[in-house]
Each structure stands twice: as C-alpha cells, then as structure tokens.
Write a protein that binds this ligand. Structure first.
Ligand code: ASP
Ligand code: MG
Length: 404
C-alpha cells in the first residue's frame, strides 16, 4: 500500500461541482489501495478577496491579523472537501496547519516551516481516513497562525510528503504540467514530460508561477518524487526530478516576468564601498535585488541600475532618497514598463553560443536589451514590457522548443 500526497490549487476546487469532481479523483486513487493526504488551497479568488477586505479597512494591516485572515480561505476548502468525500461514502477528516503540527518561524506572510509533527496525520490514516490538510498555513511557537507566502500550499504538500515519507507528491492544477513557455503567449508551447529540480527552481523564480519556489527547494533537498498534473484530465503531467536521472537539454524553457521595476541611481562616486553602501541599505530592509548593472565611469561617477519586485519599488526608492547624501549620488529614478525574459537549461554550460542565439532572436525582432544577467543554467534579459510576447515567440522559435 502506498502513501500519496496530493495538492489541489484554488482553481481546481473553485465551486461545488469542482469540489465533487476532486473528491471523486481522490477516492479513485484511494481505491487503488493508497493512503491519501490531500492539501488544498483557498477556493478560486478567495485569498485575493480577503486581501481586498482588509484593504477596505486599513492600508496597513497588522501582519499577524493578516495571516489570521488569509488562513481562513484554506479552512473553508478543507471542510467542504471532507464533506464531499463523506457524501460519496468514504471517511475523511479535515485538519488545519496547527492540527497537523506544522510549526513555522514567526515571519508573518512569509513563514518557513521548521518542523511537522506527523503523529496526528498517521493516526488518522491508520483509522482509515483520507486526510485533508489546509495548505499555506502553520503556527509559530506561540500558536500564532502564520502563512507561507502566496502560492505556499505547494510547499505544505511537499513538506508533508517529506515528513510522511510519501511515495510521491502530486500537484494538481488547471494546466497539464510545466510548459516550454506560457501557452497563453506562445501557441506551440510544449508540455515537458520531465524537468530537473534546478531548472524548475530557475523557472519558478523567473516568473513561471506554477510551483511555489520553496516547494521545489524542499523537493530537491529530500529528493521527493514531484509531479505537476491537471485536475481536469488523466494526462501524465510533468515530473520534477534530479538532473542525474534525465537527459540534459540546452534550453528547457522560456520564462517571463512582468513583476519588475528598474531603479537607477545616477552619479554615484567612482570609489570603493559605494555599491556596498547602496545594497546594504536595501538588504537591511529585506529588499531582494535581482539584476544589477553598473555603467562605466565618467566624470568620476557611475550610474548603478538594478531591478526589484514591483511591490518593493516605492520602499527602495524612499530608502535611497533618504540616503542620497550618504551615497553622495545625484538622483534616483525608476522605470516600470520593463519585464524579464529568460531561457533556462542545464545543458547551457557545455554549449557555447547560447546567449548569442537568444540575442539574435531579440535583434531580429528589433527588441532592445536594457540589462543582461546569466548563471550556469539561465540567461535573462530585461526588455520593454510591451515587447515580451514578441520576444517569447521569437526565442521559443529560435531554439525550436516546439519540437521534442
Ligand atoms: N491561497 C494561497 C494563495 O492564494 C495559497 C495557495 O494558493 O497556495 O496564495
Ligand atoms: Mg499555485
């Protein structure tokens, strides 16, 4: 008998009919002789709506109360799904993060799971229950409810798969798996049958929002068999696994990210310690910086440009403005109309000319590149947001990603 952890996203359980369908799927897998632990997200747009409700009351909600509020979305889902399974004649029990013993740190809205006490889940499984767990939530050492960051239910599922030593962890969503590019933008994007943890990590952090980044980190660390598949059909999906177990590809996929603001600090003195001062202020405020570009010196000054998530733009600007004199810089400005396109592939390191092919694809479309950043398995270009769709199609075609 196997133990399977499944996770269903908010779109898969958005209404009663969908909840009944998911209940049937769960029962089918259970009837094959498997113990089942099922993690669910909040239904449809519930989490967004809860955020809107809070915003109607205050621009600045307490982070503790925010997590208290957002955790309720998942609680609705688990109760309804457990009822649905019961209605179909099978035993199910719903459990919140606290009831499952998911202990996190106290970093509200972005908490990290520290331990899971799997005893309760095991007991319920041994009693013949299908166990339904609220995703995205835990409690800190004082039993304050915490949430794991948007999309965090994936991480709940993988963490449970690790804690319970599950045979596999299946993430059900409304697409068939991981694609070579977003199929809404690139018509002939192809579903990948497999992808490595490292490539998936890059794609996830580059804007492919299918899996929560930390869920992939965890899966990699503990070598969890992770499968992304559709809740609407029985297609195979995409398996996320160790590179050692699969064929290397030069380029596995193209990702895009609109959630980017570019900030430029102009006229920074060309002397040691300036970059340190600038990025230390941002780091101290927990602002993550992505691509960094420094211009060549003229008149003994340089311009330093970098990108941050749009949500951090205003904070970053005001920190720098408050400290312009400390930096001895002339001015700071930002631009919002930018986006990032990236290619990812573990085979890139061994193949020269890959960056050149990407630039060629952009050049042929007359697309200007503002910034470039590379790692062993990815190349990212910052371009105008309006050019993203054209760029994606051109790059996808250049690397023939539509062909197996
Ligand atoms: N409901 C949460 C969100 O919308 C968590 C999740 O869906 O994974 O971000
Ligand atoms: Mg998600």
């Amino acid at each position: 008998m196997g133990l399977i952890v499944q996770k269903y996203g908010g779109s898969s359980i958005a209404d009663t009919q969908k909840i009944m369908n998911v209940a049937k799927r769960i029962i089918d897998t259970h009837k094959e002789g498997n113990q089942m632990v099922v993690v669910v997200s909040a239904q449809g747009d519930t989490t967004d709506n809860l955020i809107k409700m809070a915003k109607e009351i205050t621009d600045n909600p307490s982070s503790r109360e925010m997590d208290m509020l957002l955790s309720t979305g998942e609680q609705i889902s688990i109760a309804l799904l457990a009822m649905a399974i019961g209605e179909l004649g099978y035993k199910a029990v719903s459990l919140t993060g606290a009831q499952v013993g998911i202990k996190t740190n106290s970093d509200y809205s972005n908490a990290r799971i520290e331990t899971i006490d799997s005893d309760r889940v095991k007991r319920e499984l041994d009693d013949g229950n299908i166990v339904i767990v609220a995703g995205f939530q835990g409690v800190d050492c004082e039993y304050n409810i915490t949430t794991l960051g948007r999309g965090g239910s994936d991480t709940t599922a993988v963490a449970l798969a690790v804690a319970l030593d599950a045979d596999r962890c299946e993430i059900f969503t409304d697409v068939d798996g991981i694609y070579t590019a977003d199929p809404r933008i690139v018509d002939d994007a192809r579903k990948l049958s497999e992808i490595s943890y490292d490539e998936m990590l890059e794609l996830a952090s580059l804007g492919a929002r299918v899996l929560h980044n930390r869920s992939v980190e965890l899966a990699k660390k503990y070598n969890v068999r992770l499968v992304v598949r559709s809740s609407l059909n029985n297609n195979d999906g995409t398996e996320v696994k160790d590179m050692a177990d699969m064929e290397k590809m030069v380029v596995r996929g193209v990702a895009h990210d609109y959630d980017i603001a570019q900030i430029s600090v102009v006229g920074v003195p060309d002397e040691p310690g300036m970059a340190y001062k600038l990025f230390k202020m941002l780091a101290d405020e927990n602002i993550n910086v992505d691509i960094i570009l420094q211009s060549t010196a003229r008149d003994n000054t340089r311009d330093i440009s970098f990108t941050v998530a749009k949500s951090n733009r205003d904070r970053a600007i005001s920190i720098i403005e408050d400290n312009l004199s400390l930096l001895d810089a002339r001015s700071v400005s930002y631009s919002d109309g930018v986006a990032k396109v990236s290619i990812v592939g573990a085979g890139m390191v061994e193949n020269p000319g890959i960056a050149c092919m990407m630039f060629e694809a952009l050049a042929e479309e007359g697309i200007n590149i503002h910034m470039i950043s590379t790692s062993e398995i990815k190349i990212s270009c910052l371009i105008k947001a309006d050019d993203v769709e054209k760029a994606m199609v051109a790059i996808h075609k250049k690397f023939k990603l539509n062909c197996e």
